[in-house]
Design a protein around this ligand. Structure first.
Ligand code: GTP
Length: 396
């Protein structure tokens, strides 16, 4: 029997009662386990959601989420609590505030990377019984900046001016007029000079879509938000199988632009590695991909949903950061499921605009970013099988 199988099928995968006994081709064409398809799966032909391939200029394409009710929304939002926040000066010159959250649904340390000092966590700022001013400063519940010898978590008019004067003199010395320098992209994109566009509307109305690359800032009231899922391989191990690292860099770059400084920005960094299946399972999926499966098929063969993620924690964190209700956000994504899911079960958050994440190589016609057969297949599968609002670029 084993000699009838393709050479790449391991003999240990032969017992007939398991899907592993079949060839990958069988699984793909005859027996995809329908019960394992994620409720987050979106048919490829989501109307009105494509991103034109030829022009990478700012495009507004209507998206209406008012009739969409994802099946996996919880009835109520989880509880989240920001336990510590710290200022992180970055290698690009931008500063951000890293917020670490705990919650009542898992034991993971989900993060909010906040650009701009105007976005504050309510749970962090809430007083804790018996805590001292030093306790508050140590857990990051302070306003302004920390400096040696500071004794209060609140800005004090008496001691503040001298520190502000010190800061001003430092700023004057280095020739900056703004206390927070703007970002220097890791790979400076020559054609990308402006923030994404936005235009106000509610999620009950058509949502314009703009390209992150070129759109001028039409509205700066709603902060830019990226809901990012952990990807060790793409963010840390230089993987060219996916564009996760590039997307993270690009989100940070956009949020650090001077044009975004009045509204700020937030990257919600969720610890749902491998679309929620974990790193070990994702690595198995990579091996299946090298054996011929696409990213969705590989997950299904491993008996995982195509996408095992949920976004309730992200919604709760955004609400805690004061971005709930009518404040509205501009969401950086191509994923239609994310848009409605992040709004929460009772529309606790309003997505006013979607901003497309177009791969850098596509926007620059190969001059920047990176290309590989693997990332091409990864993006193609997202578009063709997961309804991503992007159109495959020619030559990739
Ligand atoms: N299971 C699986 N997960 C992958 C694979 N490649 C990347 N991932 C994971 O996919 C997730 C990246 O998803 P996101 O960056 O949130 O992107 P998205 O939801 O697809 O859509 P965008 O918001 O448009 O980027 C991370 O958790 C990665 O670890 C893969 O081949 N298989």
């Amino acid at each position: 029997m084993s000699e009838q199988l393709p050479a790449h099928v391991s003999p240990v995968l032969e017992p007939v009662e398991y899907p592993f006994a079949q060839t990958i081709s069988d699984l793909r064409h005859e027996n995809p386990p329908p019960a394992l398809i994620s409720p987050a799966f979106t048919p490829p032909a989501t109307p009105g959601t494509g991103t034109p391939a030829i022009s990478r200029e700012a495009e507004s394409i209507p998206v209406d989420t008012s009739n969409e009710e994802p099946q996996r929304l919880l009835e109520a939002l989880p509880e989240v609590n920001c336990v510590v926040r710290a200022r992180i000066p970055t290698t690009t010159g931008t500063e951000m505030f890293l917020h670490l959250y705990q919650n009542n649904v898992d034991n993971k340390e989900h993060l909010a990377i906040v650009f701009g000092s105007q976005i504050r966590s309510q749970s962090l700022d809430a007083p804790r019984p018996g805590e001292t001013e030093m306790d508050r400063m140590i857990r990051g519940a302070y306003t302004g900046r920390l400096y040696p010898g500071r004794t209060s978590s609140r800005l004090e008019p008496q001691s503040g001016p001298s520190q502000q004067q010190k800061l001003k003199s430092v700023v004057d010395q280095i020739g900056h007029s703004s206390p927070v320098p703007s970002a220097v992209p890791r790979q400076p994109p020559s054609k990308i000079t402006s923030a994404p566009s936005s235009s106000p509307l509610s999620s009950n109305n058509p949502t314009p879509t703009s390209s992150a690359a070129t759109a001028p800032p039409a509205s700066i009231n709603s902060p830019l938000v990226r809901i990012h899922s952990e990807c060790y391989t793409g963010e840390t191990a230089w993987s060219a199988r996916c564009d996760c690292g590039e997307q993270l860099d690009e989100a940070a770059r956009l949020m650090a632009l001077p044009s975004a400084s009045s509204s700020g920005g937030v990257i919600i960094y969720l610890r749902q590695e491998g679309r929620g299946i974990g790193l070990g399972e994702k690595l198995k999926a990579y091996n299946l991909q090298d054996l011929g499966s696409d990213t969705v098929e590989a997950n299904l063969i491993l008996r995982h949903p195509a996408d095992a993620r949920s976004y309730g924690l992200a919604t709760a964190m955004l609400v805690d950061l004061g971005l709930g209700g009518d404040t509205g956000i501009r969401l950086l994504t191509n994923n239609p499921d994310k848009i409605r899911a992040v709004e929460g079960p009772n529309r606790e958050v309003t997505v006013k605009e979607r901003v497309a994440m177009v791969p850098l190589a596509w926007r620059s016609h190969g001059k920047q970013g990176f290309n590989s057969p693997e990332v091409g297949g990864y993006l193609r599968t997202k578009i063709e099988k997961m309804g991503h609002m992007l159109q495959m670029s020619e030559g990739f």
